[in-house]
Ligand binder design. Sequence first.
Ligand SMILES: N[C@@H](CCC(=O)N[C@@H](CS)C(=O)NCC(=O)O)C(=O)O
Length: 264
Amino acid sequence: MLEYVSIPDAVGLPGLRVVLSPGFPGPWSVAAKMILDLKGIRYTPVAQSIACEDKVLREWTGQESAPVAVLDSERSRSRWDEILLLAERLQPQPSLIPEDERLRWEMFGLSSAICGEDGLGWNFRLYKMAAWEDALAGKSPEPVFLSREQVDVMQFRYGDPSRSAAGAKSRMIAILELLAEQLHENRRKGSPYLIGDRLTAADIYWTSFSNLVAPMRHEHCPMPDAYRAMGEAMGADLGDTIDRILIEHRDAVLDRHLALPLRF
Ligand SMILES: N[C@@H](CCC(=O)N[C@@H](CS)C(=O)NCC(=O)O)C(=O)O
């Protein structure tokens, strides 16, 4: 595990502090960490408690999720795109945002389909929250590793009463198909990456979020059994909609670009 400082201790520290979810590979947190590490940006890791109310974190950053990055006395940055732009500013090389305006637009669009509200990660969570509700009501054997109170916190933060579990699952399938199509198309053009001919943040986001539907090998990413089981169950529910090319690409990004095993 990384060496974390507590939220109250982090508030008064100088430099870049990044609040992460310790001990499990929360996809937004892992992606932020991959981006900072790839660029060699130093920061103080700060520990968040998942799905808990935290007055100090709210007062400090205006929200309670992880990841959130705070540089000196600047405003906090909690969205995936804000954190990416901050990292690019602090260390422009290697750049993870294409220079070409059209590719840049494609990169942010595709990344939003992975990490943005109503994207892959968001719909995974909606799908799981529906299963947890059923399990807590005694209607399903789905394992729930959050308490009733924590599930309520998650519903308040991320819930969408208009989206059924089936709707969340079809959105995930549509996004996975889009990612696979994009990889096939770029491969035909001679590039192994999602956008253009080099690594961009979109590849990083897919790599990190892939754990939700196809957990990484243990030697790449040791994680709690319950978390691995959750991703495996999601993969089984999605069946053969996960094109092999997505997993090959994820493994290639891990091998070529990231320090393994991942630590969090
Ligand atoms: N704020 C992020 C989303 C981050 C996010 O969804 N974080 C989740 C990771 S599972 C989280 O912190 N969940 C637990 C919590 O809210 O305590 C964004 O908009 O890009």
